[in-house]
Design a protein around this ligand. Structure first.
Ligand code: E4P
Length: 218
């Protein structure tokens, strides 16, 4: 399973990269705004900086919601760096844009997916990744992990090449359960990745090993 970090914060991206387990990055307009990145040139420069830190797929989202606009923006984003994945929302023109990009060898991430039907459309259009939002479904009392299971199953039935990128992953158990269900990728905050490190028995065990070692070396 690939790990993507879901942030536009360069320090967090660097930290995730330094851990040695990072495969890519996802961003979205809210995450860019959170870092204060506005305006075409600043946005492009920021994506470039991310690509310089991480040698893996970097999702950059289009803002346009019409086909022509998405194609224009997506092509500019794709020209920035070979690792850019154009993130396109699951709307009618988005599906058409994904087909356009896929025919030209431009990688795509179909975002804002909340149903199996939408995931089937994304795969049919040739998306590289489909992003079902686990946490946002949980937020409205719907089982987000069940959707991951359903999509993995459906894609397996037909051998679709689209990779299931579990998004809106909010905590460690989300991540572990996505792994159990066979998601190809999870994207989550850095705190979820570092949260995987934690176990009190590891801390207690290490303290004891070090204390015993210190006794023998007095
Ligand atoms: C995915 O690509 C989205 O950027 C992200 O995972 C959304 O997560 P949130 O629901 O925690 O905002």
């Amino acid at each position: 399973m690939k790990f993507f970090v879901d942030t536009a914060n360069l320090q967090e991206i660097q930290e995730a990269h330094d851990l040695g387990v990072l495969d890519g990055v996802t961003t979205n307009p809210s995450l860019m705004a959170k870092e204060g990145i506005f305006g075409h040139d600043n946005v492009m420069a920021h994506y470039k900086q991310i690509c310089e830190i991480v040698d893996g797929d970097i999702s950059a989202e289009v803002i346009a919601t019409d086909y022509e606009g998405m194609v224009r923006e997506g092509e500019l984003l794709a020209e920035l760096h070979p690792n850019i994945v154009v993130k396109v929302p699951m709307i009618r023109d988005g599906v058409k844009a994904i087909r356009h990009f896929s025919e030209r060898g431009i990688k795509t991430n179909c975002t804002l997916v909340f149903s199996a039907g939408q995931a089937i459309l994304a795969a049919k259009a040739g998306a590289t990744y489909v992003s079902p939002f686990v946490g946002r479904l949980d937020d409205v009392s719907t089982d987000g992990l069940q959707l991951i299971e359903q999509i993995v199953h459906i894609y397996g039935n037909y051998g679709y090449q689209t990779q299931v990128l579990a998004a809106s992953v909010r905590h460690v158990m989300h991540l572990v359960q996505c792994a159990e269900l066979g998601a190809d990728v999870v994207t989550c905050p850095l705190s979820v990745i570092t949260g995987l490190l934690n176990h009190p028995l590891t801390d207690i065990g290490l303290q004891k090993f070090l204390a015993d070692h210190a006794k023998g070396n007095k």
